[in-house]
Each structure stands twice: as C-alpha cells, then as structure tokens.
Design a protein around this ligand. Structure first.
Ligand SMILES: [Zn+2]
Length: 181
C-alpha cells in the first residue's frame, strides 16, 4: 500500500533527523550561540514581542472567561451571587456546583474550567442541577460526600468520634442536605 510506505518513509526520516541532532548536539548548540551573539537585538525584540502577545492573549481570554462566569453566577444565584450554603460572596472563590455530583461525567463532554462556563452559558437554566457554592463549601461537600453522608459533622470532636466509628453509606441523605437551603 502506498499510504503505508509513505508513513514508513516519514518515520524513517524523523528517526534519521533525530539521530543526526543527537550526534551533532554540540554543533547545533554552537550554531545557535553564534546566531544569538550576532542577532542579539533581533532575538530579544522577538522574544519581547512574543511575551507581549502572550500577555494580551491571556488577558483577552481571562476577560472572556470572567464575563461567562459572572453571567452564570448571576443566573444561578442573583445579582450579587453568594454561596448557597454559607452565604460567602467573595467573587474569587465562588463556583458552580453540580448538585447531584455528576460533574465528572459532564466535564468529559464540556472540558473543565473556562470551557465549562462557556458551555453552561448556552444551556437552559437548570436550578435542580446547578447551584453556586464557595470553594470551601465545595470541598466540604466533597469530603462529606466521600466519608460522612450528612451526619452533621462540624466540630473537630464530632469528626474525631466519627473517624473511630463504623462506615455507613446513605447518598440520598447528603444530596438532600446540600440541596439549596
Ligand atoms: Zn460556602
């Protein structure tokens, strides 16, 4: 098959080039060093321009992300979004929580972080699936979801007592506990 041959040929070339680079490492290094000293200004200017461009791209992306995030937080919490559990309202730590803990499945479709908010923006309003939680409550929900299931553990002593008790599993109870109160 010609296709296979072409692939084989490409691979052969790649291997050959890699081998050559490995055998002539010093030569290549010398070449770049020489180039750098003779073209120092050009290299630096190009580097700086690249950096500025990167910063710009980063900032444009960041702004777009926060536009999406703010819109989503307001949709699921109100004009001044706050944690549905503890009322925390500092923007930086507010997150969208998957009420039914199916975020893992969904992230496979939507991608994480920025992509998730962009995706959710296009979805209809689903208050039974999403709510706003702060990062702390999100962690606490996850930890309790994994280990204690709405046994009302709050103080260190309650946790201490629980850690020495037997394992009981009631996922429904924790869902109820964490749903908007
Ligand atoms: Zn909270």
């Amino acid at each position: 098959m010609p296709y296979k041959d072409r692939e084989k040929q490409k691979e052969y070339q790649r291997n050959y080039q890699r081998q050559w680079r490995e055998n002539n490492r010093e030569k290549i290094k010398g070449y770049w060093q020489k180039f750098y000293y003779t073209h120092q200004n050009e290299v630096l200017t190009r580097k700086r321009r690249q950096q500025q461009q990167n910063e710009q791209t980063y900032e444009i992306r960041a702004r777009r992300h926060h536009r999406s995030k703010i819109e989503i937080l307001r949709r699921y919490s109100g004009e001044y979004p706050k944690c549905a559990y503890c009322g925390e309202n500092r923007y930086e730590c507010l997150q969208i929580d998957h009420i039914n803990d199916d975020g893992c499945k969904e992230r496979k479709i939507t991608g994480g972080g920025e992509n998730f908010y962009a995706w959710l923006k296009k979805q209809p309003y689903q208050p039974d699936r999403y709510q706003v939680l702060c990062a702390n409550c999100n962690v606490i929900k996850r930890v309790r979801g994994l280990v204690s299931y709405n046994q009302g553990l709050e103080t260190i002593n309650e946790w201490d007592e629980w850690s020495k008790s037997k394992y009981i599993k009631t996922p429904e109870a924790i869902k109820e506990f964490w749903h908007k109160r």
